[in-house]
Ligand binder design. Structure first.
Ligand code: NAD
Length: 457
């Protein structure tokens, strides 16, 4: 039987009730109030950067450069975006009014949902906890944030800086693991925003259904990267090595496996090897992150089929490092192709018929991301038309999520809903429709008594 650590002593039920009461004061609806606290969040992140860097370094050895570029800068950029655009995003939108409702006007009012629960994942602990929080607050909600206990130091750091600076009836960071999350899920929220695995996403979805609570589920999946002989191989190799081994492969949108046209395979594998060395992606180097814990480490090393290692394959159990590893001659039915890898192991499958390979991918669960490297317009078109996936790139990997004009989220098994930029604001808002009529000049057509004459009108 598992023994789960006890994290929190504050009564979460009390905090949840206090947030409900606070929301009813309507204070969070004022633009001034929202801006003030978004500014405050920016200030405390900036002032505590050192604390945040140290915590993540302790959790899994993530460098300051990676932490800033893939986590903190994202959150700070989100805050700036919402501060700048809050007035426009919150403004009622006037739409046209149909003939039957003349004379009248029709408006859509974005309204905060109320009290939000955000449940974060450990792999980008700041970005995946704080970015949804920022969007929830920008939209005028109260929020309880439950970061992942797997990255314990970052969870502690976020709880410290937020709980010391925000009133708990508005925002509260609740520290906890499975027990605490299970307790939270028994409470009634106006929205649950969850980032994590498909398996736990289903638990969250079931619990939310009890209260008809809407959810956004940001989940994972096996995201393919396809390279054809018409790709710029050098650029493709460089971008793929970066996107796959960034954060030691512990990235939800990292290419999970690589599918390459047989005729260019050998040449391409050599380029992958070259860039892994050039980027100094090696255990112990500043660029290279550790595996988060023993459990994931043990799961990952089981996937390294020794006779298929083209590059890497070494690891240190004591230091929780796994070398960037490329497995070649992989087949669709191999164990490494069963579940999302979520680590620095890249299986390579080759193909000879593009359409056939695309059809095989469409038989699998819909992934969070998909990537294609080619300069052939027809291949691009087939990729876009036939494969269903959350979002992706042509001739790049991962970077689509850095463009806030694109909604970010999954489809099917990889998630429900999306966020980033204006989509984040909408995710935490209800679109309230109001038709306002004048009280004069109304035709009698809709009122009884009915007649054939009225029907023909
Ligand atoms: P996870 O599903 O194990 O945990 C996520 C959260 O759920 C944590 O806060 C955890 O405390 C909580 N949790 C765990 N077990 C629970 C239970 N039985 N009941 C209630 N709550 C529980 O996921 P993880 O290991 O933190 O993250 C890895 C997964 O997340 C991967 O599949 C990855 O692809 C996915 N992910 C998706 C995105 C995205 O934006 N779509 C981002 C990062 C990670």
């Amino acid at each position: 039987m598992h023994c789960f650590p006890k994290f929190e002593s504050m009564d979460i039920q009390e905090i949840s009730s206090a947030q409900k009461a606070f929301f009813k004061t309507h204070k969070t609806k004022s633009i001034k109030f929202r801006k003030m606290y978004l500014e405050k969040l920016k200030e405390i992140i900036t002032q505590n950067e050192e604390l945040l860097y140290k915590a993540i370094e302790k959790d899994f050895g993530k460098s300051r450069f990676d932490t800033f570029t893939t986590e903190l800068s994202f959150v700070l950029k989100d805050i700036d975006y919402y501060i700048k655009n809050l007035k426009t995003l919150s403004k009622p939108q006037k739409v046209s009014t149909n003939l039957a409702n003349q004379i009248g006007k029709s408006l859509i009012y974005p309204e905060p949902l109320g009290c939000i629960l955000v449940i974060g994942a450990w792999n980008y602990p700041y970005q995946l906890s704080l970015s949804p929080l920022v969007a929830a607050l920008a939209a005028g909600n109260c929020c309880i944030l439950k970061p992942s206990e797997i990255a314990e130091n970052t969870m502690e750091a976020m709880a410290k800086i937020i709980n010391e600076n925000f009133p708990s009836e508005y925002v509260y960071v609740y520290k906890g693991g499975i027990n605490e999350t299970t307790d939270l899920l028994k409470l009634r929220f106006d929205k649950i925003f969850f980032t994590g695995s498909t398996k736990i996403g289903k638990i969250v979805y079931k619990a939310a259904a009890e209260n008809l609570t809407p959810v956004t589920l940001e989940l994972g999946g096996k995201s393919p990267v396809i390279i054809t002989k018409e790709a710029n191989l050098e650029v493709s190799a460089k971008r793929i090595v970066w996107g796959k081994f960034l954060n030691a492969g512990q990235t939800c949108v990292a290419p999970d496996y690589l599918v390459i046209e047989e005729s260019v395979k050998e040449q391409f594998l050599e380029m992958l090897r070259k860039y892994i060395k050039e980027f100094k992606y090696e255990p112990g180097s500043e660029q290279y992150t550790r595996i988060i814990n023993q459990r994931n480490f043990q799961r990952l090393i089981q996937l390294i089929q020794k006779d298929k290692v083209y590059f890497g394959g070494n690891y240190s159990e004591e230091k929780l490092y796994i070398e960037p590893t490329i497995l070649t001659d992989i087949e669709w039915k191999d164990p490494v192709m069963e579940e999302e890898i979520f680590g620095p192991i890249l299986p390579v499958i080759s193909f000879t018929h593009y359409n056939q390979m695309i059809n095989t991918i469409t038989e699998l669960e819909k992934p969070l991301a998909a990537y294609l490297f080619t300069n052939n317009p027809e291949e691009k078109e087939i990729f876009k038309q036939k494969i269903s996936f959350g979002g992706g790139c042509i001739n790049d990997v991962v970077m689509h999520l850095s463009n806030d004009h694109l909604p970010f989220g999954g489809v099917g098994n990889s998630g429900i809903g999306h966020y980033h930029g204006k989509y984040g604001f909408e995710t935490f808002s209800h679109q309230k429709s109001i038709l306002e009529r004048v009280t004069w000049g109304e035709p009698n057509i809709k009122y009884p008594p009915y007649s054939d004459k009225k029907l023909k009108w």
